[in-house]
Design a protein around this ligand. Structure first.
Ligand code: 15L
Length: 280
């Protein structure tokens, strides 16, 4: 990997990892829909993801892509459609035509947000998106799998929790991903010789993890950070939040409770019945 492209470089996660990528790869190219104020010495390519021609120019001559670009939270359907569905397709299709070897797709925990916090889930579960945003991430995972299988591109979907160095509530104690651990996952996806299509959870080695990340571990992932070291801070912050029966029950938190009109108790009962072993 000589030349890597980082889309969504102007966002919070992009800014955090640019210096770490620069320390590893000979050439790091940044891309976003607006130019970040600090390019940290990198080349910059301006592109709106829904503009195929612009995306084709952006991916030219790169060996690998870290695709963080798109709309990073829940939003109106048209916004999600253009940035995360059309934009993601443009990115993969342009990369395929340009002969890009590896892609890291920034998926999200919100692709599986409707699993209860009481469950510990591996990566090979059905998607259970908690939002239009989560649906777009499930779409991106499926798209990545298709390019991997049909065209031999090496693709890794990272179901990212929350990137940062300090968990801001109790939920983030389970899902925090320290930027240094994110770089480790990215490096596995870009460099490991045996990547065809993989899904890893983007989480540090958190004591309260809801996710079984043994697939990433099998590829050598050894997270150095654990959100638990900052549990007192997270618990103090949690006390300031208003409890919500839905948001506090499901992994996706407020993404699950927003716009929720189902009956939580009925939902719990149905799932419990479905899990009960059959008598026949
Ligand atoms: C995400 O996918 C978002 O991009 C991020 O802003 C956080 O909201 C994060 O999930 C989370 O679940 O905390």
């Amino acid at each position: 990997m000589q030349t890597v492209l980082l889309t969504g470089a102007g966002g919070d996660v992009g800014k955090r990892i640019t210096p770490l990528l620069k320390a590893v790869y000979p050439k790091v190219i940044l891309s976003d829909m607006t130019k970040p104020s600090d390019l940290m010495g990198c080349e910059f390519r301006l592109a709106e993801l829904s503009d195929r021609a612009a995306v084709e120019k952006t991916v030219a001559g790169v060996d690998g892509i870290i695709h963080l670009g798109g709309f990073s939270v829940e939003g109106p359907w048209d916004t999600i459609l253009n940035a995360n569905i059309v934009g993601c397709y443009n990115l993969f299709e342009s990369a395929h035509k340009a002969g890009v070897k590896r892609i890291i797709f920034a998926s999200s925990n919100h692709a599986v947000g409707y699993y209860p916090r009481a469950d510990k889930i591996p990566t090979n579960v059905n998607v259970l998106p908690d939002s239009r945003y989560g649906v777009s991430k499930a779409f991106g995972e499926a798209l990545g799998a298709m390019y991997a299988m049909k065209h031999g591109m090496g693709v890794t979907s990272l179901r990212i929790g929350n990137v940062g160095e300090q968990p801001i509530d109790v939920r983030r104690l389970a899902i925090m991903l320290h930027p240094e651990d994110l770089i480790q996952l990215i490096r596995i996806g870009l460099e490991h010789p045996d990547i065809a299509y993989e899904v890893f959870y983007g989480a540090s080695g958190n004591t309260r993890a809801w996710w079984d990340n043994s697939r990433a571990q099998a590829f050598g992932y050894r997270p150095k950070h654990n959100a638990e070291t900052q549990a007192p801070h997270a618990e103090a912050e949690q006390k300031k939040a208003t409890p919500h029966p839905v948001g506090d029950y499901y992994q996706g938190g407020t993404f699950c409770s927003a716009e929720y009109t189902a009956d939580l108790q009925k939902q719990k009962d149905t799932v419990a019945r479905a899990k009960r072993p059959s008598r026949s």
